[in-house]
Design a protein around this ligand. Structure first.
Ligand SMILES: [Zn+2]
Ligand SMILES: [Zn+2]
Length: 205
């Protein structure tokens, strides 16, 4: 499996390109920025992007949706509850002094428990609201992409519109800490970790 991380944009978002080595089919998670750099990598490696997925729709995670969709023709997928967040993404960015393209409409909505198939890779959708109402984590074998839900040594902010601390803690406890402890986590910002590390050493728990 191809599993490549790019750190993109001013807020240093982790964008992930994951693809099946045999079929070359793949996905891009959170193309916040640096679309040309990511697209170069994809074309050089002959990867055919089937889906662009946003873990949630803050502008730092989806500022590059439009450009990436134009280049790859891939389907854009988000959780349904993230729809209003995606719609105001470009105007929210301006409040912070950033200018990003308005995102195209999603092609389809994801829900908890959905399994996406890309080549021989299964991607399981886990709805983890709290940082944002339609926040999702994506589980691929023993790896889970956690967006801004869970970080190495931290948790997502809950002071943005639609954020809620208790909901976030519940999502992490019930949906992530119940995964096998050797599951690796790949957050939306910062380094990777494991469920075991976060369960026992994350200061928020
Ligand atoms: Zn966020
Ligand atoms: Zn973020």
């Amino acid at each position: 499996m191809i599993f490549k991380r790019f750190v993109v944009g001013a807020l240093e978002v982790n964008c992930y390109v994951i693809a099946d080595e045999e079929t070359k089919e793949g996905i891009i998670i959170d193309p916040g920025d640096n679309v040309d750099e990511i697209y170069n990598y994809i074309s050089k490696n002959g990867i055919i992007i089937k889906y662009i997925i946003n873990t949630h729709c803050h502008f730092d995670h989806c500022g590059g949706n439009k450009k990436m969709k134009n280049l790859t023709n891939a389907e854009l997928l988000i959780h349904e509850m993230e729809k209003p967040v995606l719609e105001r993404m470009d105007t929210s960015a301006q409040i912070w002094g950033f200018y990003v393209d308005k995102s195209p409409e999603p092609d389809r909505y994801l829900k908890d428990g959905d399994i996406l198939k890309v080549g021989n890779i299964n991607i399981e959708v886990i709805h983890t609201p709290g940082h944002s109402p339609g926040g999702i984590c994506l589980k691929i074998n023993n790896k889970v992409i956690t967006g801004d839900t869970l970080f190495a040594g931290g948790i997502g902010r809950t002071d943005f519109p639609g954020g809620d601390y208790d909901t976030l803690m519940k999502s992490i406890r019930e949906k992530l800490f119940t995964l096998p402890e050797d599951t690796e986590i790949y957050p939306g910002h910062g380094p990777s970790s494991t469920i075991r590390n976060e369960k026992y050493f994350n200061p928020f728990f």
